[in-house]
Design a protein around this ligand. Structure first.
Ligand SMILES: Oc1ccccc1CN[C@@H]1C=C[C@@H](O)[C@H](O)[C@H]1O
Length: 331
């Protein structure tokens, strides 16, 4: 509604305020998106499998609709994502004889994908999540094992950034990951990005997905992660912010609406997080939520399918929650 201030105005001197959208939510959330946000990210429509289902087939219609939505409102747009172990087409890793493709062929295919996609949107998309979630969560290994790394090895990551830079020298290129404030994973992400910088790879930022909850990560862990990544001299963005009402391990399914204590805790959490983000406003260039309002969140199906969640600043009727009031009062 036009009563309360808009996030994009409150933080106009600090960082872009974004939301992940899809073809349904640009309809159902249209006026909230237009009023509150100045950046969008396609929730699924620019992932490899969505754009490039067969080697000779690109399907751009849905992505184009989201690009048009951003353009119509003068919003910036982030590209998500070029290289990821999830939601990637199976054909990419297959040779013609039912076996596994060679490293050289895989690199040529991914180069062609990146040039086609980044080239198509070079006037619409200012930043890309070039590589998403390549770091291993557990154990000593730096990189998670995936078809990508099995076939092409670790230098696939540097290649992906080089291909994206060839395709659009103006685009800001990000490495993006989750659990980014966990100390062990933080240090691995740092090591990967440091090595890319040492190789002269064109990388401009680190995306902290920021899939957080009422309880963790702690503010100290978030601050330590921002400090550590900032020491590399790159810009940072929160790329998929939501504050789940449940810890990751909590699989309860008994709630049909958030209880008042949860909403108060969430308001305190968002206030503390945004106070911290404002402290690092020189380094943080964008804060994107992975959705916009509680009527739709990917958390309604993750980690528990069909379990409602209420992770945003706006409720299911797109009205500001207590958390919004606390954040708005910071500036
Ligand atoms: O928080 C997680 C826990 C385990 C795996 C992945 C993630 C986050 N993974 C994100 C979530 C939703 C997808 O739409 C995004 O593309 C992906 O980057």
């Amino acid at each position: 509604s036009s009563a309360e201030p808009a996030l994009k105005q409150l933080f106009a001197d600090d960082f872009k305020i974004g939301a992940a959208v899809n073809p349904a939510t640009i309809r159902t959330q249209d006026s909230l998106l237009a009023y509150q946000f100045n950046s969008i990210t396609a929730e699924n429509e620019m992932k490899f499998v969505s754009l490039h289902p067969e080697e000779q087939t690109y399907t751009f219609e849905a992505a184009d609709r989201l690009v048009e939505f951003a353009r119509s409102y003068g919003m910036a747009m982030r590209g998500h994502t070029l290289v990821w172990h999830n939601q990637t087409s199976d054909w990419l890793f297959r040779d013609g004889q039912g076996g596994t493709v060679s490293k050289d062929v895989l690199l040529e295919r991914v180069r062609e994908h990146i040039h086609t996609v980044v080239g198509r949107y070079k006037n619409d998309i200012y930043a890309w999540d070039v590589v998403n979630e390549a770091i291993a969560d557990e154990g000593e290994a730096l990189l998670r094992t995936s078809k990508w790394t099995e076939i092409a090895g670790p230098d696939l990551i540097a290649k992906a950034f080089e291909y994206a830079h060839e395709a659009d020298p103006q685009a800001l290129l990000f490495y993006n990951d989750y659990n980014e404030s966990n100390p062990q994973k933080r240090d691995k992400i740092y090591a990967l990005v440091q090595s890319l910088l040492e190789q002269g790879v064109p990388i401009h930022g680190i995306g902290l997905q920021a899939h957080w909850n009422l309880y963790d990560p702690s503010l100290d862990e978030i601050r330590a992660a921002i400090e550590k990544y900032a020491s590399l001299g790159l810009q940072l963005q929160l790329t998929e912010l939501d504050v789940s009402m449940f810890r990751f391990e909590d699989r309860r399914t008994d709630l049909t609406s958030p209880d008042p204590a949860m909403l108060e805790l969430q308001a305190e959490r968002y206030e503390a997080v945004f106070r911290l983000l404002l402290e690092y406003r020189q380094i943080i260039s964008g804060v994107t939520f992975w959705g916009a309002a509680d009527d739709y969140t990917w958390l309604d199906d993750f980690p528990v399918r069909g379990r409602k969640n209420w992770p945003f600043l706006f409720d299911a009727a797109h009205q500001p929650k207590l958390a919004f009031e606390r954040v708005a009062a910071l500036v």
